[in-house]
Ligand binder design. Structure first.
Ligand code: 5GP
Ligand code: MG
Length: 178
């Protein structure tokens, strides 16, 4: 597939749509098995995780609910180190099985904020699912339950992930060309 340009940068295909779909389906099946008949409330972290969440819940063949929280930490292609909460949760999380659906965990700053927000609630169970994880950059001692792809410290776009607002609609995952 051809390289593409977004704003001032060039990107090349890194993980194609079929591979993503396979990974999302097997994650959903694994979760269903591990949750043993619980009715989970999925919390998708906007904006980046919206496409992953949409595919994930359609692959999750059991009763479930979904809600959204909007957090932002990235500025262009770097983590700003601060997390802003732009939209909160209205649901009562007491005694619920909460499954967080995140697009990508990089430094872990966002994940720390998620644990802080959800730590104030009396949930029954809390699990973290992330489509992508960059172990080389992760700086926190925080638990991550499920990861579909461990990737090196590359900046990626597509499948919901953006570069300065663009690229979320790309069906495949692209990485920054060297
Ligand atoms: P962290 O707080 O772990 O440093 O970063 C998490 C958030 O930063 C992700 O939810 C995502 O929105 C954004 N992010 C981290 N790495 C990347 C990347 O490679 N590409 C894009 N587009 N966003 C990223
Ligand atoms: Mg995110």
């Amino acid at each position: 597939m051809k390289p593409i340009q977004i704003h001032d940068k060039n990107f090349e295909v890194y993980i194609d749509r079929d591979k993503i779909q396979q990974a999302v389906s097997s994650l959903a099946q694994q979760l269903k098995k591990d949750l043993k008949g619980e009715r989970p409330l999925f919390i998708s972290i906007l904006n980046g995780a919206f496409i992953f969440a949409a595919d994930f819940i359609r692959a999750y063949k059991s009763e479930c609910e979904i809600t959204f929280i909007k957090l932002a930490s990235y500025e262009k292609t770097k983590s700003s180190g601060k997390v802003k909460q732009l939209l909160g949760i209205n649901e009562d999380l007491t005694d619920r099985t909460i499954i967080v659906l995140e697009d990508i965990i990089d430094t872990g700053t966002t994940l720390q904020e998620i644990y802080k927000i959800l730590g104030e609630e009396k949930v029954k169970d809390l699990k973290i699912v992330s489509l992508f994880f960059k172990p080389e950059v992760f700086k926190k001692e925080l638990h991550i339950d499920y990861v579909a792809f461990e990737i090196p410290d590359n900046f990626i776009v597509g499948y919901g992930l953006d570069y300065d607002g663009l690229g979320r609609n790309l069906p495949d995952i692209y990485k920054l060309s060297k």
